[in-house]
Design a protein around this ligand. Structure first.
Ligand code: CTP
Ligand code: CA
Length: 230
């Protein structure tokens, strides 16, 4: 832990942070998941608590991380569970940060028994169904004065760069701040370092230099504190 005294600039704020990945069950023993470690969301929760906020951490799956000191951790598994827990905590929150890797789709049916392979049946296909967009729902039901922050991991493609995709996503989501991670080349997933941009709904854009997830967390909270003051 750092010995440097942190500012208590988030004192009096109630914040919700989601972290980790969701798991979407196929049958009692199998699921669709993703590679989220949960580290970024945990760092955001830890730094917020250190700076005086009252923190609820809605934690999906990832590395088995210890609960950050001074936070209220609610463990969830599926996107639908995460949605319920986030909305419940968000009802009384000043700030909500969606750092979780929420599955966009879930298997349309959850089989009650372990799926078997048989030689007299064709191999099964998985049909997917869309999960709700929790961030979009938060924006839609926003409390007065509530600040909502999204995360996006983007790669460039043949049509547009990382920033073009991120600007479009900020508009589409309607959140106040979007933290953009440039991914690819082993960045962001399963590594200690992040690199990206912080986009604000008012058009402000600042780069976030390569640094630790704790450093990125501090940068995000600085931006949130600044955003709330205006
Ligand atoms: N998110 C969410 N609920 C979902 C999917 C995403 O709340 N069902 C949130 C994430 O936690 C993140 C933000 O939305 O804060 C952006 O997620 P991302 O996957 O980048 O955006 P999508 O709208 O799902 O777009 P894409 O098709 O690029 O995955
Ligand atoms: Ca997605």
């Amino acid at each position: 832990a750092s010995r440097t005294a942190l500012p208590r600039d988030l004192e009096g704020l109630r914040v919700v942070v989601s972290a980790g990945g969701t798991r979407e069950p196929l049958d009692p023993v199998r699921f669709l998941g993703n590679r989220s470690s949960g580290k970024q969301g945990y760092a955001l929760a830890r730094v917020a608590a250190q700076r005086g906020a009252e923190v609820t951490l809605v934690a999906g799956h990832g590395n088995e991380l210890p609960a950050p000191a001074g936070t209220d951790v609610r463990h969830v598994s599926t996107a639908l569970e995460m949605r319920d827990a986030v909305h419940e905590a968000a009802a009384a929150a000043d700030v909500v940060i969606m750092a979780a890797a929420v599955a966009d789709f879930r298997p349309a049916t959850r089989v009650e028994y372990k799926i078997k392979k048989t030689d007299d049946q064709p191999d099964p296909a998985i049909t997917l169904e869309r999960n709700p967009d929790i961030l979009a729902e938060l924006v839609e039901n926003r409390k007065i004065g509530q600040t909502i922050v999204g995360f996006a991991a983007e790669t460039g493609d043949e049509h547009a760069g990382v920033l073009d995709h991120a600007r479009a996503k900020l508009k589409r989501k309607g959140c106040d701040l979007l933290v953009v991670n440039a991914v690819g080349d082993g960045r962001a997933f399963e590594v200690e370092e992040n690199q990206g941009w912080l986009l604000s709904a008012d058009g402000a854009e600042r780069p976030i230099p390569l640094g630790s997830k704790s450093h990125l967390a501090a940068t995000v909270w600085d931006a949130v504190a600044e955003f709330i003051k205006r």
